[in-house]
Design a binder for this molecule. Structure first.
Ligand code: COA
Length: 163
């Protein structure tokens, strides 16, 4: 049976840290579905369609990847897609409690789905979509932290229209 994982997240927007997890995840799983889900605690900058486009363009060229979105519980989506696992990246220690809580809740909701954690690459330990958005908002240099298309879209979002 092929090993299929869901890599869920807000991806608002996708960063090079996410791409790193996906590339490394492909060494473990036969197929990865990168799925945009709703985190009710977050106010997002990009629409689901914009986020999907950025993911598709950033992962262009990678085989055995699918981009999706789902409005509902992650474990329900995993069942629907017959996925064996949820893939998550773990950054600094500060991620641990939140990730642990989410993995245990998902396990309680469905014991057949395993959460697999990959340590985030050292280069990306202290990056996050929010901190990148903040830097971009004030014109900071985010070169190398996000795919080119994300850099362009952030610049566009934060550019002040001419009056
Ligand atoms: N490199 C860089 N940054 C990374 C990273 C990596 N490898 N991995 C995670 N991050 C950052 C993200 O950029 C994001 O930054 P932000 O908080 O500034 O936006 C942060 O870590 C965590 O984001 P993400 O991995 O996208 O997860 P999330 O917490 O936004 O989303 C969901 C969590 C969407 C998966 C979760 O809310 C969910 O499953 N929702 C559906 C409902 C559900 O089933 N809930 C769970 C059970 S009740």
């Amino acid at each position: 049976m092929p090993k299929l994982a869901i890599y869920p997240g807000s991806f608002d927007p996708v960063t090079n840290g996410h791409v790193d997890i996906i590339v490394r995840g492909l060494k473990i799983f036969d197929h990865i579905i990168v799925c945009i889900l709703n985190n009710p605690a977050k106010k997002v900058l990009f629409t689901v369609e914009e986020r999907m486009d950025m993911l598709a363009s950033s992962l262009n060229g990678l085989k055995n990847i699918e981009i999706a979105s789902f409005d509902g519980l992650l474990v329900d989506y995993a069942v629907q897609r017959q996925a064996n696992a949820i893939l998550r990246g773990m950054r600094a220690v500060s991620d641990f409690e939140y990730e642990f809580q989410m993995a245990l809740m998902n396990r309680r909701l469905n014991r057949n789905i395993q959460t697999v954690f990959l340590m985030t690459g050292l280069r990306w330990i202290f990056t996050s979509s929010s901190i990148i958005k903040e830097a971009a908002r004030f014109g900071g240099n985010i070169n190398g932290m996000v795919p080119k298309i994300v850099q362009r879209n952030l610049k566009q979002k934060f550019s002040t229209p001419d009056t």
